[in-house]
Design a protein around this ligand. Structure first.
Ligand code: NAD
Length: 482
């Protein structure tokens, strides 16, 4: 099977004719090919999106009234819901994630599209007090053509939250999915056309980040970029955008801490702590990858979590076990290198999960690993592993916990487990993170909840109503009427 770009509601051959193999992570074998896009293909996609917008918001997409746009987005959400199983199977095969995870991702995607479809006719400006004899108002206008660079960990969800919000704000989109996870995104562009979105509203160019991705970041016709991925690539995208003053939302991952105090309800906390690191085989930007536990319950937490980690099994998506393989050979080697280096440094493994006997030896499987007594300044405690690897360490006082929690370059999400409500609220204010969860933890969840980072986890917010503001220009209109 050979997939083409999807531009202007049509499959389009890459200008060079070049392709990239699509590898099944559960076997390591190629099963399809995608187009290897370059600057020419990006040019065509931007032109298609510009046509949909028109020169003065008079294109087939931008001239629709808010109600018409909302109706079309609801129709799109319904069409995606009808294809949810197909999309989930496609994404599970492409990325290796368990089918149940892919089905849940498809359901969240539908939820994003419905949420943003419902926002279209509620996005409005204000009237402002000003000098006597004036009426001043603000209007929220589309930005134009927006670029969306999507990673391989949650392609459908990230498409929903960024493309959904941008379309709702009236923009047309050019999407560059990850080279390891393009199939569901290509299908989503086709479904948009089937649902009646005009040509050019949703365009997808596949290919390598250094080629198609870099061309998208640098294209002068792109008026806003939404990027999710690594800190290094995020900086490259932001530099390219800065050269032409293009706004960028960067969502760059983290080393998110979960803080467990002596008074925590461990029966409630432990399953959530486990899920927050093994979900999607740990390839989640908001994974709870550091576990800080107060000394009084430290041994108990390690013992009880160790039982759970030992029971974790990784296997192919069709087996629907706790985890699938990692997404590709590079990620597999990277995570294994982290684990081996930590062991070589003498950091103790408290427990390790298993790989199912049925799993292919050529698949990219990594068992879940719980490390204990991890030194706070070690690489394992500081760097994003992006695999099912949890770094546990003890703390004594609340002040120590805050210092450890804030002691990395990242600041995406934090979880606090305590029955002391005052402490929960106090820590919510002290922790450097874009989201703080008290007695729960929402790795990736919450369509309605603004999401994004501080420090090296990025800037700007996606999800919720807040995201829509970033996809609009605010215009002030001052009228002197005497
Ligand atoms: P990456 O950041 O390089 O890739 C993410 C997206 O950016 C992909 O679509 C890729 O094609 C594109 N891209 C790559 N180079 C580009 C460039 N020069 N210009 C424009 N776009 C470009 O991530 P990766 O190499 O696939 O993964 C490496 C690490 O990144 C992982 O181990 C993990 O730590 C992190 N990561 C984080 C997230 C997240 O959700 N925050 C997602 C994926 C990866």
């Amino acid at each position: 099977m050979e997939y083409r770009h999807y531009i202007g509601n049509t499959p389009v051959m890459p200008e060079t004719g070049a392709t990239l193999d699509v590898i099944d992570p559960s076997t390591g074998e190629a099963f399809a090919a995608i187009a290897r896009g370059d600057a020419h293909d990006i040019e065509r996609a931007v032109a298609a999106a510009q046509y949909a917008m028109g020169d003065a918001l008079d294109g087939p997409w931008s001239r629709l009234s808010p109600v018409e746009r909302s109706d079309l987005l609801f129709a799109y959400a319904d069409a995606v819901a009808r294809h949810a199983d197909e999309l989930a199977q496609l994404e599970a095969r492409d990325t290796g994630k368990a089918r149940k995870t892919a089905r849940s991702d498809a359901a969240v995607l539908v939820r994003y599209l419905r949420y943003y479809a419902g926002c279209v006719d509620k996005l409005h400006g204000e009237t402002l007090p000003y000098t006597t004899g004036f009426t001043v108002l603000t209007v929220r206008e589309p930005i134009g053509v927006t670029g969306h660079i999507i990673p391989w960990n949650y392609p459908m969800q990230i498409f929903g939250r960024s493309v959904g919000a941008s379309l709702a704000a009236g923009n047309a989109c050019v999407v560059k999915p990850a080279e390891d996870a393009s199939l569901s995104i290509l299908r989503l562009a086709e479904i948009a056309a089937e649902a009646g979105l005009p040509a050019g509203a949703v365009n997808v160019v596949t290919g390598l980040g250094s080629e198609a991705g870099a061309a998208l970041s640098a294209h002068p016709g792109i008026r806003h970029i939404s990027f999710t991925g690594s800190t290094v690539t995020g900086a490259l995208v932001a530099q390219a955008a800065a050269a032409r003053h293009c706004p960028v939302v960067l969502e760059l991952g983290g080393k998110s801490p979960q803080l467990v105090f002596d008074d925590a309800d461990l029966d409630a906390a432990l399953p959530v702590i486990l899920n927050a690191i093994v979900q999607n085989a740990g390839q989640t930007c908001s994974a709870g990858s550091r576990l800080l536990v107060q000394r009084g319950v430290y041994e108990q937490v390690i013992e009880r979590l160790s039982e759970r980690f030992s029971a974790m099994r990784a296997g192919p998506p069709s087996m629907d076990l706790d985890m699938g393989p990692l997404v590709n050979a590079k990620q597999h080697a990277r995570v294994r290198a982290f684990v081996e280096a930590a062991e070589a440094e003498g950091i103790r493994v408290a427990a390790r999960g298993r790989i199912a006997a049925e799993a292919s030896h050529d698949g990219f499987y990594q068992p879940a690993v719980l490390f204990r007594d991890v030194p706070p300044d070690s690489r394992l405690a500081q760097e994003e592993v992006f695999g099912p690897v949890l770094a546990a360490m003890p703390f004594d006082t609340e002040a120590d916990a805050v210092r450890l929690a804030n002691g990395t370059e990242y600041g995406l999400v934090a979880g606090v487990w305590t029955q002391d409500a005052s402490r929960g609220l106090r820590l919510a204010r002290k922790l450097q993170a874009g989201q703080v969860f008290i007695n729960n933890y929402g790795a990736g969840g919450g369509v309605e909840l603004p999401f994004g980072g501080v420090k090296s986890s990025g800037h700007g917010r996606e999800k919720g109503f807040e995201a829509l503001f970033g996809f609009t220009n605010l215009k002030t209109v001052a009228i002197r009427h005497g």
